[in-house]
Design a protein around this ligand. Structure first.
Ligand code: NAD
Length: 371
């Protein structure tokens, strides 16, 4: 069997394994081995950097989503991508003129994959151009910006989704299913450890203006989001502490490492670590009165690995971004729903927690949360 067919069969199995309500394609056995002539979400990618490249490659295996447009400030990248993905000149824009996308009937949605501080203005401009938006995490720099983006998309009557790929990952969904169906019993504790050792000190991720912060904005957000979807409640308080060993590299406003704790209404507590200076930090642990789940790696590109009190999690791996784009196409085109939401409101909740964590670091106080 060739590797593409292998991949598609795995993808098909993974999608079928998702414990989510009936979806137009999730319920069709052998979806990937059948010809598909249904609606296709025609996507333009804004920001042709490393993650944009990964998404574009993954989308080649999608049936319901297709890369049809490009937005970039670098003409040479546009040229290369045009020839690689067969993109017509009329679907290519730069950061100055992309508002003209409103007059382009061949593009349905724009996927914003640029540095964090640009998301707010770019998403609002896309919404004003009347196109649906998928925006990378973190959706914005703070909750105020996030709310403005939600309002703009609502006003323009377009959908706003956030690139939370883990919300479609089969092993993650299995743990969520177990928790939802009461198999784990009362949730007691979550631990989320997310980090890596960041390289080049001149990159935008270490620039407060472009990143909006440090490790918490980039990688700690996975622990925040994971705590919420695994505990299954919204936190009501947060405490946090920052550790900085290298103030030269991690300048004012750019956090190197933050430990934070979240309290949930049912009594569960989460203890999390976000770091730009510790490698191999990619682990979730959830414990409850009747069971447990542990995942390591828990949010990397996979395969995700883990086990619960019932044994190994053995759902097949499929490229996260391929599954995500299929599912998001279903949400935008058919009004499908996902077990864990991926809309702007979901992104906003994480931003409210990020705001509270930074406030808790600054004040040293427990910060109440109302999501
Ligand atoms: P990157 O640096 O590789 O790419 C960013 C792109 O934005 C580049 O092509 C760059 O040219 C362009 N850009 C436009 N305006 C810019 C400016 N003013 N300054 C710098 N670059 C500018 O970064 P990336 O890793 O692709 O990250 C982009 C976004 O994707 C971030 O928000 C990040 O958090 C998110 N991301 C998400 C995941 C995920 O798994 N969901 C993974 C990686 C990155």
């Amino acid at each position: 069997m060739d590797s593409r067919r292998d991949f598609l069969q795995t993808l098909s199995a993974s999608i079928l394994a998702l414990s989510i309500p009936q979806h137009s394609f999730a319920s069709i056995e052998g979806f990937y081995s059948q010809p598909y002539d249904g609606p296709v979400l025609r996507v333009a990618i804004m920001g042709l950097g490393s993650y944009g490249t990964r998404v574009a490659e993954a989308m080649q295996d999608c049936k319901m989503a297709k890369l049809v447009g490009l937005i970039s400030g670098t003409p040479s990248k546009i040229k290369n991508w045009q020839s690689k993905y067969n993109i017509p000149e009329k679907n290519c824009y730069n950061y100055e003129n992309f508002d003209l996308i409103k007059d382009n009937p061949d593009i349905d949605a724009v996927y914003v994959i640029t540095p964090n501080s640009l998301h707010h203005d770019q998403v609002i401009r896309v919404a004003k151009a009347g196109k649906h938006v998928i925006c990378e995490k973190p959706m914005a720099l703070n909750a105020k910006e996030g709310q403005e983006m939600i309002d703009a998309c609502r006003k323009a009557n377009v959908k706003l989704l956030v690139g939370y790929r883990m919300h479609f990952e089969p092993k993650t969904l299995e743990v969520i299913r177990m928790r939802k169906e009461g198999e784990l019993g009362k949730i007691m504790f979550f631990q989320g450890l997310c980090g890596f050792k960041i390289g080049d000190p001149t990159q935008w991720r270490l620039n407060k203006q472009l990143a909006g912060g440090g490790s918490l904005m980039d990688i700690g957000i996975y622990a925040i989001n994971g705590a919420r979807y695994l505990v299954g409640e919204e936190p009501v308080w947060v405490t946090a502490q920052e550790t900085k060993t290298n103030p030269e590299k991690f300048k004012e406003g750019v956090d190197e490492s933050i430990q934070f704790q979240l309290g949930f209404p049912g009594g569960a507590v989460a203890s999390c670590l976000s770091s730009y200076n510790i490698s191999n930090l990619d682990r979730f642990f959830l414990t409850a009165e009747k069971g447990f789940a542990e995942m390591q790696p828990s949010t990397g590109y996979g395969p995700i690995k883990g086990r619960t009190n019932k044994g190994e999690l053995n759902h097949p791996h499929a490229t996260h971004q391929t599954v995500q784009m299929e599912k998001m196409a279903g949400i935008i085109l058919n009004g499908d729903t996902s077990l864990v939401p991926v809309d702007g409101e979901e992104g906003l909740k994480d931003l409210k927690i990020i705001d509270a964590i930074y406030l808790a670091v600054k004040t040293g106080k427990k910060v109440p949360l109302k999501l």
